[in-house]
Design a binder for this molecule. Sequence first.
Ligand SMILES: NC(=O)c1ccc[n+]([C@@H]2O[C@H](COP(=O)([O-])OP(=O)(O)OC[C@H]3O[C@@H](n4cnc5c(N)ncnc54)[C@H](OP(=O)(O)O)[C@@H]3O)[C@@H](O)[C@H]2O)c1
Length: 269
Amino acid sequence: MSPVPSASPGGTLSGRIAIVTGASAGIGEAIARDFHAHGASIVINARRAEKLEQLAAYLGSRVAAVPGDAAEDSTITAMLDTARTKFGGGTREADLIIINAGRGLGGTVITSDISQWEEMIRTNVLAAAKLIRAAGQRLLKEQEGKQGEALLDRARDIIVLGSTVGRHVSPFSSMYGGTKFNVHGMVEGVRREIGPKGIRVSLIEPGFVVSEFQGVAGYDDAWLKGVWDRIGPVLKPEDVARTVSFIAQQPPAVHINDIMIRPTRQDYP
Ligand SMILES: NC(=O)c1ccc[n+]([C@@H]2O[C@H](COP(=O)([O-])OP(=O)(O)OC[C@H]3O[C@@H](n4cnc5c(N)ncnc54)[C@H](OP(=O)(O)O)[C@@H]3O)[C@@H](O)[C@H]2O)c1
């Protein structure tokens, strides 16, 4: 009987070159910590440079901070170039891209604060599309001239944070949910486009996760307390990070396309 192939040497992420956007807090920070613990080299991004530098200093080796707005072309180029020059010997591209930077918005299309729409769409949709495109183009270039199993010489991942409200459209956060609905569509389309070239494109759809998200979204405190009393305990960022890490650690020929993760008692969305 032949041995069962392991996910990667030691079952870890050692040798992988990761980029994590939105890594100064919440889910992104937890993913960066998890990846680092599993041996990956990581480029971390967010707008608050000081928080990023603190995380980089705490983790020590195998980390580079690239502060900036994830929707800016210059930030995207800097993240990809830093990964290649600092960790890829100047030739190998980042192969584990986590598109996590994002924000919520309390209220609906009818009731939410319209002055925040552009920033939310820019971060949740435009920044995601731009990084999928830029990273996808570089990874496709690496695959040029290869065929069949040679395309799976190592794992290559683009993993995007969606949301349960991007699938189960809810009447209480329809503007935010709309941005995630868009992202879900992009991810599945790009998966069909570049999966056959050996690049895995995955979606993770969390339910309620306690983080800075609720404050940034401006949720009504009484409403939130009512929801959490009913469905809690809610997820922690580490729960999502562990799941993202599981997707990334599959052997190159195995692709987990999509995972929904909720607090056990969350019935909806
Ligand atoms: N928490 C939830 O219940 C939940 C549920 C489902 C999906 N999600 C999704 O999960 C992702 C992470 O959310 P979270 O809960 O971890 O929220 P969080 O605690 O508020 O963290 C968001 C992160 O994104 C960064 N960020 C925001 N705008 C950015 C921009 N324009 N450029 C670069 N970085 C930016 C923030 O850092 P700076 O402020 O320093 O830039 C922060 O590091 C989001 O896409 C969110 O939609 C969250």
